[in-house]
Structures are given as C-alpha cells and as structure tokens.
Design a binder for this molecule. Structure first.
Ligand code: IVH
Length: 676
C-alpha cells in the first residue's frame, strides 16, 4: 500500500483506539497492539517527515519547551458563576430565573411550556477551566481561562491530554457532520485514583507532594515543558460552548452532540424539570460525592434552553442563567497548638490558630483564621482546645467551634496584644471596626505583604518573588517599598540565601518584563485598600494615566460607574499621602511605564452595544475597545436595555431579536461614523 494511505489509516486507527481507551473506557485492542501501530506510524513519519501533521497521534508529546505562554483571547469571555450555599438560596435563584423570563415581552410563557427540561444539573468539577478550539475537526488551540477575557495559550500541553481528540474526523460517530469551527469549554482535572498514584510516585522519587488534585491539575497544565505535562494523568470534561454558531438549541442536546463528535463529557449530567428535581439531584450527589471518580465541590445548574439563556443574559461576570449550587464545607477536628497574630498588607492584625496538621477535604491544614477578638470570644476558642475546623473550596480554613467536652482544664484564653507583634507599634482600631491595625507605615510585616502582593501573578507578575524572598529582602533592609525592587543589583540578588546565579537572572528578567505592565495591574499592585483587580480596571480605564489617578478627587472618581464613595475616598487618601506618592514616582523613575489604556471619552457614555456578525474593518475585540474607550458598554445578548446593535455581515439571531424589540441597528458604516 502507498505509505501515505497507510499513514492516514494508522492516524485514524490510533485516534479511534485512543478514544475507545481514554474516553469510552472500552478498548478494542491490547496495549501491545496499540504500541505496535504507533511504532509503525512513527517509522513512516521518520522516513517521510513531510506527512507529519500536528494532529498526528505521534505528536501528542511533540512540542518543545516554551519560554512563556502566548495570550489567548476568549470571545465571549469565560464567565464565572454565582453561588448558592443552601437549598433556600437555590429556590431564590429559581425565583430570579422565572422573574427574569416573565417581564413584559419576556419569554415567561415559553419558559413554562419548555418544561420538562427547565434545567440541566451537573457535577461541579474541581480543576482548571480551559477552552479548546477545533477547525475542520482539527484541534488548533487550547487555552486556560486566565482572567476570563484572556487566558494563556497552552495548546502544546492540551495536546498531551489523552482524552482530548486531536482530530474529530477519526472519532465522531458515523453521519455526524463536523463543524467548520467549534469552540468548547470544560475542566481539566485529575481523577482521585490517578492523583493518589501520582503522589505515590512523587514520594518515591523524593519530589514534593501535591496538596490536592486541583493544584496538581493546574500546575501540570501550566508547565512550560509539554513533556512534563504529558506525564501527568490529566483528563478534560467538556461542559459549555465557546462561541457557538448553529448547533443544538439546548444545553443538554449540546452535551449529547459533543459526545457524538467524540469529545469527552462527564457522567451524571441530568435534565431536571423544575427546582424540586434539581434539589433531588443535589441531595443524591451530596450523598455520593465520595464515590465519584473526581473531586466535586458542588453542582452546577444551568437553564437548558440556549434561547432562554440569552434572554436572561449576565450580570457583572456571572450569567443569570446558571449557578454553582455548592456542597457544605468539609469539616474535621484537630487541636489548637497556639494562637499567633498575623499582620497583613494593610496592617490588619488577624489572630490565627496554629493547628496540629490534619487533612480536610484532601488538603493538609495547619493554620486557620480566627478573624478577630470578638470572634474568638464569641466562639470561646482557647489554646489547647480540640476544635472543629472547616474548609469551603478555596477559602482560608476557619475554626468553627471548640469541643468543650474535650477540655482538660489546662486550656488558655487568648487576648489580642495592644501592639503589633512585628514592630511593636501601638495597634489602632478604626471607629466602628473590629479589626486592629498596625499604624506604622514601615512595619516590616506590612512591607513583606506589600511586596508579595506587588509581585503576585495578577499584579505585576514578577515570577520568583514570593513570601520567603520578600521576607528576606525586608529583613536584610534591601527594600523599604516595592520601588526598591528595581534598584537591587545583580550581585545583591546572587548573594541572597539559596539564590543561584540562574534565579538571579530570572528575577532580573521578570523585573524588566514587568516594566511594561498595564495601568490596571500597576494600580492593583500598589495595594490601595479596597482596590481589587476589578476596581483597578475601572479607575485605570477612566483616567488612563497614573498621574491623573494620583490627583483624582473623591467627587470625580464617583462618576465612574461601579465606584462608590468609600472606595473613592480610600484612593484619594492613599495618593494624598506623600509617602505613597513617592513610591509611585520612584517606580516611574525606575522605568515603569504602565501602558496608558485609552482615555475614556464620553461620547458613548451610558450606551449599551451588542455586536453581531463580522465587521470588515476591525475585529470584535477592537470594536469593543473603541466603544469602551468612549464610555460605552458591550453586552453579549440583545435585550430591551440595548441601545444599539452593530450588525456586520452574516448577522444572525441577534439582528432578528433587535428588530423584534425595536432596538436601533447600525451598519458598519453607521458605526464607523459614530466613532469619528
Ligand atoms: S459552566 C457561564 N459547568 O466553575 C458558565 N463550570 O465558578 C460557566 N466548573 O470557571 C462555566 N464544573 O471552572 C460550568 N459543570 C460545570 C463546571 C464548571 C466546574 C467551574 C469552571 C468555572 C467555575 C465557575
């Protein structure tokens, strides 16, 4: 047979057997036979390298180590989910869904008649969210969620995930048409049994153990060397569409369609006719959570109909048509060995219980927060007590209550000190607040936290500067503010404890790279109280320049949609402080030039746009930027609140809906005119 034909057949067969083994868990051939086919294909490709395509089964582990990941935009953004922590809260969610669909002109009636398939309930997988994109059946991009709008391009790593097909043509059911483009989202996880085996191997090799399957999955997928990722037992389960053109009309059918295309979809997804059926599902899953093959921290409930999903839309960064219906936190008992005081970035002094280490929901816990003195008094927690602790998802473990019956009489009550345990300054309490704060601006504990925050991934992203290094820098007197990081010499870095030449040059590179950061990250990194990532983004976009932000008044800042008086006052106070201003000046002098995001004009202030179809002169992202720059907002679905729909070529249902609702439709020319 012609070697080309033979290679094509081998590729298809290998992909097929891979699917039988990793997706269906039902192999048709032995491992030895599979290896034989693989070797044959490798040999042909070695002789005829020109037929070696990226989607060849031999190329799963073919990628070279990268220096860094590229960016991968998500369109539409990958949203997060609102939460329900009890059955009562879920019933409220159900109420909001019904209300959202029954307004004047709404599709409440349709909703009622859409039963029996009101909701789809699924396990909430505990891993890392990713998006994979296929073009003509071939996997072309795999990316992490990142901040929802932009993730990291981890295609080479995604290819190594065995249950993700590289080529749908070989695995789709007969007669199922493969779409030209398919974007699918899901979770990359490690199954519990694989996790145990992975940690056993690591223990045997003297490698540090992973705390839990989620950390292991996330760490593995973000490896720069795909060969390392390939050795980790990652699996993906698909649960949502990315940009979807055509295809099924309901979520449940969408999942079935994915299965017929050969994509991995988890088990236990169930259509539920109403809220009561969802609650029954939830209780069943809660009962069986320990029997499942993956870690779950709750269920996810979604409105089944895509049309109704669109009708409901999203608020902030979460859809109104879905919710995470969480399981109650996992509890454990242990002993309080000591209570210590931790000083945070803002000087807040927090009592922390030092615990006899115990595993809670798969993670070893040795510290738990006690919040403040009032909480300690209310719960009556003492040093030496046996206590119940709990962990809910990602949040810091906390002490729930002492088990009073276990007291032996030697337990000791705890009182918060009057002064900062780190610098000795007299602690202060703001009127009406329970928190004690260290007021000393040069308190080393605050400084350590400030440096750590400044360098953290979502702030300046200076890899290599964590808690330990920040402590060392502060202790040695090398930094008095984050700005000093940029003045540390190569020799000084190399002279630090446990610092090799290599890491010194890595830090130098990371610092250099961070100089080109965005204004949003820069502002977030400064650690102004109440200014999280989201607020930083709003302020950065509005002012467009750090000096303008430093001089902004409370009154002016409140003009920004989403900024209240408290935050505005905090920002103004921060930059009125000469010390804080000096830190910014020093950073700018060091060569930081926080990318000036376009200044907010006001021509489109308060206007909501929906983009549909393809624009000839610009990408959607670009169009969105242009609108936002001028103070407008871009929504993903058309509703009565939409001011304009910009219709490019091949505009679809959004255009129909705009016309039905009487929303003004702009052609590309109209839109360009408006931007002028
Ligand atoms: S749907 C808007 N389905 O939960 C739709 N998400 O808190 C959002 N997750 O980032 C995603 N299991 O990482 C969906 N069956 C499931 C899920 C799930 C886990 C994660 C996902 C997401 C996070 C939101």
């Amino acid at each position: 047979m012609d070697y080309r034909k033979r290679a094509e057949k081998l590729k298809r067969d290998l992909e097929h057997h891979n699917h039988r083994y990793y997706v269906l868990d039902d192999p048709e051939i032995s491992d030895a036979e599979y290896d034989r086919l693989m070797r044959e294909l490798q040999e042909i490709e070695a002789v005829h390298p020109e037929i070696r395509t990226p989607e060849s089964p031999t190329q799963r582990v073919g990628g070279k180590p990268a220096d860094e990941f590229g960016k991968a935009p998500h369109d539409p953004p990958m949203l997060s989910l609102g939460n329900c922590f009890s059955e009562g809260e879920f019933i409220e969610f159900d109420g909001r869904v019904k209300k959202g669909l029954s307004g004047a002109g709404g599709q409440g009636d349709l909703f009622a008649s859409a039963a029996p398939n009101t909701y789809v309930a699924e396990p909430k997988l505990d891993g890392l969210a990713v998006e994979i994109i296929y073009e003509n059946g071939v996997l072309v991009i795999g990316s992490t969620r990142g901040d929802g709008t932009t993730g990291e391009d981890v295609t080479a790593n995604i290819r190594t995930v065995r249950n993700i097909p590289l080529n749908l043509a070989a695995v789709a059911k007969k007669g199922v048409k493969i779409p030209g483009r398919l974007a699918v989202r899901g979770e990359v996880v490690i199954l519990k049994k694989d996790f145990e085996r992975l940690n056993e191997t690591r223990a045997a090799e003297g490698e540090p153990l992973f705390a839990n399957p989620r950390n292991a999955a996330a760490g593995s997928l973000r490896q720069l060397d795909p060969a390392v990722t390939a050795k980790r037992p990652l699996k993906m389960f698909c649960y949502a569409p990315g940009r979807l053109e055509g295809g099924p009309a309901t979520h449940f059918e969408f999942l079935e369609w994915l299965k017929s295309l050969g994509l991995p979809v988890g088990e236990y997804n169930r259509r539920c006719r109403d809220a009561a059926a969802v609650i029954a599902y939830y209780r069943e899953m809660l009962d069986r959570r320990h029997l499942l093959r993956f870690d779950v921290d709750g269920t996810v409930v979604k409105v089944d109909s895509f049309a109704l999903q669109r009708e409901l839309g999203a608020v902030a960064r979460a859809p109104r048509w879905a919710t995470a219906f969480k399981f109650p936190p996992v509890q454990e008992t242990t002993r309080v060995l000591d209570i210590v005081v931790q000083v945070g970035r803002t000087g807040a002094m927090t009592p922390v219980a030092v615990l006899e280490p115990v595993r809670v929901g798969g993670v070893e816990v040795s510290r738990a927060t006690l919040h403040n003195q009032d909480e300690i008094d209310r719960k009556d927690v003492r040093v030496g007590d046996t206590v119940v602790i709990q962990r809910a998802g990602d949040v810091i473990p906390e002490v729930v209550k002492p088990i009073v019956e276990k007291r032996a009489g030697r337990e000791r009550k705890f009182r918060m000190p009057d002064s900062c345990p780190e610098c000795g300054a007299t602690a202060e309490r703001t009127e009406g607040e329970v928190v004690l704060r260290c007021p000393n601006p040069s308190c080393p504990a605050k400084l350590v936290e400030a440096i750590r925050h400044f360098a953290s991934r979502r702030a300046m992203d200076i890899e290599g500067i964590g808690e330990k290094l920040a402590e060392q820098l502060v202790k040695k007197g090398l930094v008095r503010s984050a700005a000093d990081l940029y003045g540390i010499s190569r020799e000084t870095w190399e002279g630090l404890d446990r610092f090799a030449e290599k890491s010194a040059s890595n830090i130098a590179l990371a610092l250099e790279k961070s100089k080109g950061t965005t204004l949003k990250r820069f502002l977030f990194a400064l650690g102004v109280r109440h200014v999280g990532e989201h607020i930083a983004g709003l302020v950065a976009r509005y002012y467009g320049d750090i000096r303008a932000i430093m001089d902004a008044t409370t009154a002016d800042m409140q003009k920004i949609h989403g900024i209240g008086p408290e935050v505005a006052a905090e920002v103004e106070a921060h930059f009125k402080n000469a010390r804080n201003r000096a830190v910014v000046e020093k950073l700018l002098a060091a060569g930081l030039s926080p990318e000036v995001e376009a200044r907010a004009g006001t021509t489109l202030a308060g206007k909501t746009f929906v983009l549909t179809g393809a624009l000839a002169s610009m990408t959607r992202d670009h169009a969105k930027d242009e609108i936002e720059k001028r103070g407008g907002r871009v929504a993903s679905a058309v509703s009565r609140k939409t001011d304009f729909v910009v219709a490019g070529s091949d505009a679809g249902s959004k255009l129909d809906k705009a016309q039905a609702l009487g929303v003004k439709v702009l052609s590309e020319q109209d839109f360009a005119e408006m931007l002028k």
